[in-house]
Design a protein around this ligand. Sequence first.
Ligand code: 5RP
Length: 274
Amino acid sequence: MVNAYLDIGIQSRMNRIISPKDNRVVMLAIDHPYFQGPTTGLRDMSGTIRTLLPYCDCLMTTRGAVQSNISPGDLGSKPIMLRVSGGNSVLFEDLSDERLTVTIKEAIRMDAAGVAVSVFIGSSNQQRTILNLTDMINYSGEYGIPVLAVTAVGKDMARDLRYLALASRICQDAGARIIKTYYCEEFSKLVDWVAPTAVVVAGGKYSSPPDALGMAWNSVQAGAAGVDFGRNIFQDENPVGMIKAINAIVHGDHTVKEALDIYNDCLPGARKLE
Ligand code: 5RP
């Protein structure tokens, strides 16, 4: 049985990230420049963050993004999931060679509600990245800060149940409190494998509002705690409509059709997506 007293800091921060009302979360991922530099949709990163922040439960981002783009006034009490791994760029084929990039002291100084570490299971840097995760879990556990594990995949790896469940289960055993992974067929089996650890789904490359909303709906219906979408929100022509529609799916169990109506209500002019 878990000692609730020892876990109270973790639990309180988890409650800031994942709403205890419905155990769901809309996390907004704006951490892409840490490895890809200038990113479509983030030319005015501070404007994008300011516009979308009111509609997310938690912002996943980097130290530099917070320093350069977010004023304390705009942030208010919105929790930050701080990315603390990195060290590579898209100029290399293999993105897996990451290290820890932010100290736990810095995460505390920034009042991070949680910290995020990528693991590249099956890659040439599998061991290093799993040890990045366990090191950060050891450091942050001392201060009651939960760790989100990002099951990043290499270019050649299949995003199927076998691989994603394997990667997610390893992250759970390492001690991650939240697992970020990709949606796949039979996703409920992955969620079952790692229960009761919370699972959030990454959006991946920009697709289209119906496809991205469909993925959000399938994910929560399969038992995910929510989504951690980036490009499918901030690269859309109607980012506010998109994040409002995602909120309706995640927190309101709205159907994709109902969510698209919310999206369309925010589209300028008389245009509508079906
Ligand atoms: C990269 C990340 C990104 O935050 C993640 O890919 C989410 O963004 P998107 O929805 O654009 O895929 O963790 O490793």
